[in-house]
Design a protein around this ligand. Structure first.
Ligand code: DX5
Ligand code: ZN
Length: 226
């Protein structure tokens, strides 16, 4: 199983975003946090930022939409250049229809769950998605503490994904650091968003490589590696 690190640029310097992305060349993708001040109490960036950044890097983009009306907006993010578009299950009116629309446009469809949203709601429809994102903080802000109470949900989700036989990435987001990544990896996550742990480091690229090696190590130790 491949381990991927997808840093969030929410903690990068907004005045120098192009250069900031240049500082994470070892990353497997760039996680772009879109917030509308309705679904979450914070306002960040949107389509114009995705379009502008698309011109300065070849890294895949993963747009995490923390917005109220993803049914209306998510397809536009594929067209703006995001390889993966993640919408929240709590916000989508027709999640299957929306996932199919994203895929039809050539994007990878991903669905996100807040910490208190149970995974069983998705158990019968997992293969409609290319990635499941389990939030390990309440969405809205970077720099919060990792919620260990999500670990059993990560384990259950890993079992469900393995049961489908499909290639579905299991991403986690929030409070991922050198201290927490091992237990999330051991529980079965394979794709890790890290914001402050990367952009508050003196050398963000070194932080990416370090996080990846810790995640791999935890996975090998528990025999998950195959
Ligand atoms: C939170 C965002 C996260 C956040 C991660 O709502 O979705 O992507 O930026 O930041 P850290 O790693 O600092 O928790
Ligand atoms: Zn995010």
């Amino acid at each position: 199983m491949t381990v991927r690190i997808t840093p969030s640029i929410l903690n990068a310097d907004f005045a120098r975003m192009g250069e900031e992305i240049g500082r994470i060349s070892s990353a497997d993708g760039v996680h772009i946090d879109v917030m509308d001040n309705h679904f979450v109490p914070n306002l960040t960036m949107g389509l114009p930022m995705v379009e502008a950044l698309r011109k300065v890097t070849d890294l895949p983009f993963d747009a995490h939409l923390m917005i109220e009306d993803p049914d209306r907006w998510a397809p536009d993010y594929v067209e703006a250049g995001a390889q993966t578009v993640t919408f929240h299950l709590e916000a989508a009116k027709a999640p299957i229809r929306l996932a199919r629309e994203i895929r039809k446009l050539g994007g990878r469809a991903a669905v996100a769950l807040k910490p208190a949203t149970p995974i069983h709601q998705l158990a019968d429809v997992l293969t409609e998605f290319d990635q499941i994102l389990l939030m390990t903080v309440e969405p809205g802000f970077g720099g919060q503490s990792f919620l260990d109470c999500v670990l059993p949900k990560i384990r259950r989700t890993r079992e469900l994904i393995d049961g489908t036989g499909a290639e579905i990435w299991l991403q986690i987001d929030g409070g991922v650091s050198a201290e927490t990544i091992g237990r999330a990896s051991e529980a079965g996550a394979d794709t890790f968003v890290a914001g402050s742990a990367v952009y508050r480091a003196d050398d963000p690229d070194e932080a990416v490589r370090h996080l990846r090696s810790l995640a791999r190590q935890a996975r090998t130790l528990t025999g998950h590696e195959h």
